[in-house]
Design a protein. Structure first.
Ligand code: 5RP
Length: 230
């Protein structure tokens, strides 16, 4: 089964958790986009939901397909967020931000009663870190922030290239106007310690480790869909 079909399977399973009247956080990325397409079909046949998108890209797709949107200003509490992930560990700690939307994704997930992660099963790993950790940083003091990240990681025994994410010749800029540093530290045995260390650096806006946010992961593989709970 190809990757797109697996994403659709996971998205379809997640859709069974969506009930009429829900206030939804809607994730970013290719798997979340499959969810939006299926959700839009439900909306077209009469389901009444409102969605808070986690990126301008997701907002544009929702508008195109007729999914009613809101904002966290209008709708500050959400029932359910459905989003993809770059890596998922067995405790449902995630690495997110491959699509550069981690800040809004984390804000939206944190305001939701529940977060469901959808992915193909290749995203499930024993220990996070093969996927470079995205870290959203302020433009001001970029070099100093990068150095502080490297030093903080070093104290935890983590090392590896920390590189500015580019789009062609230009730095990638997030929806919030920030930059992304991708940290290739390899295996991250203590995600809580790294999360705390990164949060202590003033230039770090947010990082892509999602701890304690996802309670359910729906993972699609060639043998079917399985649901993990934390
Ligand atoms: C965007 C994300 C995405 O959810 C993550 O990158 C997974 O994307 P995809 O479903 O395309 O593999 O965190 O910031």
């Amino acid at each position: 089964m190809d990757a797109k079909s697996l994403k659709i399977k996971a998205a379809a399973e997640a859709l069974t958790h969506v009930k009429d009247g829900m206030r939804l956080g809607i994730g970013t990325g290719s798997t979340a986009e499959e969810f939006v397409r299926l959700l839009a079909e439900k909306v077209a046949s009469g389901m009444n939901v409102i969605g808070v998108p986690t990126s301008e890209r997701t907002a544009a797709l929702c508008r195109e397909l007729g999914v009613t949107l809101s904002t966290l200003e209008e709708t500050p509490q959400l029932d359910l967020t459905i989003d993809g992930a770059d890596e998922v560990d067995p405790d449902l700690v995630l690495i997110k931000g491959g699509g550069g939307a981690l800040l809004r994704e984390k804000i939206v997930a944190a305001t939701s009663s529940e977060m469901i992660v959808i992915a193909d099963e290749s995203k499930l790993v024993n220990t996070l870190g093969a996927f470079p950790l995205p870290i959203e940083v302020n433009r001001f003091g970029l070099a100093a922030t990068k150095l502080a990240i490297e030093r903080a990681a070093g104290k935890l025994g983590l090392a590896g290239p920390v590189t500015l994410r580019m789009t062609g010749d230009e730095a990638f800029v997030t929806d919030g106007g920030h930059l992304i540093l991708d940290a290739s530290f390899g295996r991250i045995p203590d995600t809580r310690a790294l999360s705390n260390a990164l949060h202590a650096i003033p230039g770090v806006v947010e990082h892509g480790l999602f701890l304690g946010l996802a309670r359910v992961a729906i993972l699609a593989g060639a043998d079917g869909v399985r649901t993990l709970r934390s």
